[in-house]
Design a protein around this ligand. Structure first.
Ligand SMILES: [Zn+2]
Length: 350
């Protein structure tokens, strides 16, 4: 089989949309790694988006990028995702446009190849006429759910066997890549000690989603916006007492990935939760029903945070009753007591 031509490929989430997060694993980060490996084998245009401001904004920008290069119905575009289901699901699945037999055959072949490479169940080709990227792009769209991010066996196998799985998936489309040889020890370069430790997960100790409004727990100074490594004057933008409130417009990251908060005045403030706390609006006693608008559905979480464990999910159009709303982590959360778990759960309005 000669290789089918891939027009584009992208990570399904990006910017302020991290996708599913489970413990230290983030869908956006893993899918981006896969996407880079994929494109290095198949070629094609990278339609990932890193500057999105919301889930819907990310989907719209990805679709616009795909449409800029995918003009014909036979063009093939790939969307990389990891599934989540509160620890219940396992396996690989690939979503194709309902009724397109060609896409279905590719989807089935890719799903099988990945599942075999990872040693997890093959959930196979799945038809959709509802997913945003399928509905809003020209050409064939194959949306790969590589495995379940909230299933230890799945995600750990993916991280261990990623090269092998990408090679297998692209081989199912006729590409003949070999798994890259183990990387040779690079010539030692002068490297600060801190960089030799493995990449740190900052999401527990630092705000990784714009908290919008914070209060200082300890006295802090504001840094110059360009001083993201915090090596310059620590009170460049003034020094402030505990209790001072700042409006936050975004995040900036150090080379090592440590987040900093950008204040409304255009300075940097620490994002360490030991030093700054998010100001949340007290739960409003407001009841009603909420309908999921996002094309990719919404996660149900155990706390009002995008980093809180996922305990379930709703598809687009699903409706549920809530008894509280909470503003936190940059979102309005609709909250209720789970009928089976008897525990309070939260769904972000997106
Ligand atoms: Zn996803």
């Amino acid at each position: 089989m000669s290789a089918v031509k891939i027009t584009s490929s992208h990570a399904g989430h990006g910017g302020t949309d991290p996708g599913a997060v489970w413990g230290k694993y983030g869908e956006h980060i893993i899918a981006s790694q896969i996407n880079k490996k994929w494109l290095s084998i198949t070629g094609g245009v990278d339609c990932s988006v890193e500057n999105s401001t919301s889930i819907n904004d990310n989907l719209a920008k990805i679709s616009a990028k795909v449409n800029a290069v995918s003009k014909s119905g036979s063009n093939i575009n790939i969307s990389h995702h990891l599934n989540a289901s509160g620890g219940v699901g396992t396996g690989t699945e690939v979503w194709y446009w309902e009724g397109d037999a060609v896409s279905k055959a590719y989807a089935a072949a890719i799903s099988k190849a990945i599942a075999n490479a990872l040693g997890i169940p093959d959930r196979g080709a799945k038809a959709t006429n509802n997913f945003y990227v399928h509905r809003n792009t020209t050409g064939r769209m194959l949306l790969i759910e590589w495995c379940f991010i909230d299933r230890k066996g799945d995600v750990e196998s993916l991280l261990k066997n990623m090269d092998k799985a990408v090679v297998a998936a692209t081989a199912a489309l006729g590409y003949n890549a070999k798994a890259p040889a183990p990387t040779k020890e690079p010539t030692p370069v002068k490297k600060p000690e801190a960089n030799s430790t493995p990449a740190k997960d900052f999401s527990k100790q630092y705000f990784t989603v714009n908290p919008k409004k914070v209060r200082l727990k300890t006295a802090q100074g504001l840094r110059k916006l360009t001083d993201v490594e915090f090596t310059g004057n620590s009170t460049y933008g003034g020094s402030y007492k505990a209790g001072t409130v700042f409006a936050i417009t975004g995040l900036k990251y150090t080379k090592a990935g440590c987040p900093r908060l950008i204040t409304q005045s255009g300075h940097l403030l620490t994002a360490n939760k030991a030093d700054v706390e998010e100001i949340t609006v007290a739960p409003a006693k407001k009841t009603g029903s909420y309908k999921i608008k996002s094309a990719i559905g919404a996660n149900i979480r155990s706390a009002a945070s995008k980093n809180a464990p996922i305990v379930g999910s709703y598809p687009q159009g699903a409706t549920f009753n809530y008894d509280q709303t909470v503003v936190a982590d940059g979102y309005t959360w609709y909250s209720y007591i789970g009928s089976q778990s008897k525990k309070r759960v939260y769904v972000a309005a997106v």
